[in-house]
Design a protein around this ligand. Structure first.
Ligand code: TEU
Length: 552
């Protein structure tokens, strides 16, 4: 008996509001700009829009530092604009989920301001620790690099921030903190949204006493603050006090988790969360903090991680190949020299996996990494901090020494403006864009993609339709084939008597498909990214980045 639910059958599309579509010429995307594209999402066929943080924020981390959870940031519009967006989407049967950022707030949030003045109930809302102003309380490192503690002169204590120093971590041990958060969550749910993406949510619980991290463990302290001692209690309570009994979806953003952890959070006996992202990179990187790792990843490594999640996780997952924190998927997972072929191969992959696929804005037109030439073209606080620290530590003389690393992996790659047309600034804005537009926009843009029926865009649209029609792609089992093959990523999706075979030649050279585990016969490929796909995959040569789906 299948446990059917709309969010299992959905395809989600992530919008990064700052970079999506600017309607008022200030160079920053806005909510009316998202609403303006309501038909665009509908035409593409996505079911859910995840819109990144649009709350009031001083923008130390592009809205992931929230000053007021109940207000819309001026840059993006106002509450009326937001309501119009919600109805424009609902009119088209598209649901809306928002970002829920509750591991931390901005240091400009009223709670922090009052906490640093030790005002009444707010005194312990954050993690405050006594200590010598020159000696942080422990060796924990911030995920953006540098110490996870900042000394606050006003209060005369250290406070914890696992991200930027303008993002102090909330103290979830305090019941009043949790209660305030649940109230805020319910306020948004009562407005009629369809769920949340839960930001950095497995970081909520920190161990009492803040023990030092193991000096050998990569990101210092990670074993203490990821999946901390009371995490399941907090998440269960969050669920029970807010999402329970409502028809909404929750997708948890968690790194440093195994498939078994995913089950503990999102499985049938978990905390009530619906799904967690499956970041294919998590588990592949040798470094614990995988940010500036080499893009020379190995397909066998990818398949190992993939199979462990797709075959064993007793939880629903949300596969994604990119988001606003990752390099562009074509540049990282694909091949810019085979941009169209590899982008369509990646689409075939993402949309035939088990779980709820999340497409990131621009993937549907094959947007690539930009080439950043100068430090002043970088905006991402994570990248900037790392550059600064590397220079301070004498590992580099200046930006030039770091340019290659930055260009491999900066979060800014995902944040360059959406490319709508070949007009100035890719049609994103009439003003000056807040972040530079990728130089490839005259060729890579929505307008030209829509004018060409063989474009990546139409391939996405057709695949999304195909996924909606083929139940095995949603509810079927996943079985990896040829785990050690250096070029093919191939697998089956099986539901009862029905089996679909997915063959991806994930390389820039031809490869012959030979696999005893499946019985193939002459049949047309149901989906393929070349015009004339092999009729029978067996013993047939697949061209560079050729992808095809067959019914067995
Ligand atoms: O990211 C959480 C997180 O762990 C990231 O630091 C991620 O590991 C990193 O960006 C490298 O890919 C979330 C948001 O997605 C991110 O944009 C925010 O900066 C962060 O939380 C803090 O809110």
């Amino acid at each position: 008996e299948l446990d059917k639910t709309w969010w299992k059958e959905a395809v989600v599309y992530e919008v990064y509001p700052r970079s999506f579509n600017d309607t008022d010429g200030d160079g920053v995307g806005d909510i009316p700009g998202i609403t303006e594209k309501a038909d665009y999402f509908d035409d593409l066929g996505v079911d859910v829009l995840w819109v990144g943080p649009v709350y009031d924020s001083p923008n130390a981390d592009n809205g992931y530092d929230i000053r007021n959870y109940r207000e819309i940031h001026d840059d993006f519009g106002d509450m009326r604009d937001w309501e119009r967006l919600l109805s424009a989407l609902h009119d088209r049967d598209i649901r809306l989920i928002m970002d829920l950022v509750v591991n931390h707030t901005s240091n400009e949030h009223e709670w922090f301001q009052r906490s640093r003045r030790r005002e009444g109930p707010y005194e312990d809302y954050y993690h405050w620790v006594d200590g010598d102003p020159d000696e942080p309380p422990n060796n924990w490192e911030s995920i953006f690099g540098g110490p996870a503690w900042t000394y606050d002169e006003e209060r005369g204590q250290w406070y914890l921030h696992l991200f930027h120093e303008k993002q102090p971590d909330l103290n979830w041990r305090v019941p009043a903190v949790r209660k305030d958060i649940y109230e805020m969550v319910n306020l948004w749910l009562d407005k009629g949204i369809d769920g949340f993406r839960l930001d950095a949510i497995n970081l909520l619980s920190k161990p009492a006493g803040y023990p030092d991290g193991d000096p050998e463990s990569g990101l210092l302290g990670n074993e203490h603050y990821f999946n901390g001692p009371r995490i399941h209690e907090y998440l269960r309570e969050l669920h029970d006090e807010t999402f329970a009994g409502r028809d909404v979806m929750t997708v948890a953003e968690m790194s440093h988790i195994t498939p078994a952890d995913a089950e503990a959070y999102c499985g049938p006996d978990g905390d009530g969360l619906d799904m967690t992202f499956q970041f294919v990179r998590d588990g592949m990187d040798s470094e614990d903090d995988g940010r500036w790792a080499s893009p020379d990843w190995a397909l066998s490594d990818l398949k190992r991680v993939l199979a462990s999640w797709q075959q064993t996780a007793g939880a629903w997952v949300a596969p994604c190949l990119g988001n606003h924190d990752q390099p562009r998927s074509v540049s990282w997972w694909g091949d810019e020299s085979y941009r169209v072929e590899s982008a369509t191969l990646l689409a075939t992959f993402l949309l035939t996996l088990r779980g709820t696929p999340h497409v990131y804005q621009g993937e549907e037109i094959g947007m690539t990494n930009a080439e950043f030439e100068r430090l002043d073209e970088i905006d991402d606080p994570d990248t900037l901090q790392r550059v600064e620290l590397a220079i301070e530590a004498g590992e580099a003389d200046g930006f030039d020494d770091l340019r290659e690393a930055v260009n491999e992996d900066s979060r800014d790659h995902a944040r360059t403006p959406m490319q709508w047309s070949a007009d100035d600034h890719a049609g994103f804005t009439d003003g000056e864009p807040w972040l530079r537009v990728n130089d490839d926009y005259p060729e890579v843009n929505v307008e030209s993609a829509l004018a060409d029926e063989s474009s990546i865009w139409y391939y996405y649209r057709d695949l999304i339709r195909f996924r909606h029609e083929e139940t095995p792609l949603v509810y079927g089992d996943f079985d990896l084939l040829l785990p050690d093959h250096g070029q093919f990523c191939a697998y089956t999706r099986t539901l009862e008597a029905e089996t679909l075979l997915i063959v991806l030649n994930w390389s820039d050279a031809p490869a012959t498909f030979e696999c005893d585990a499946v019985e193939t016969a002459d049949s047309d490929a149901l989906v393929a990214n070349y015009d004339d796909p092999p009729e029978n995959p067996a013993a047939t040569e697949f061209r560079p980045y050729e992808a095809a789906v067959y019914r067995l």
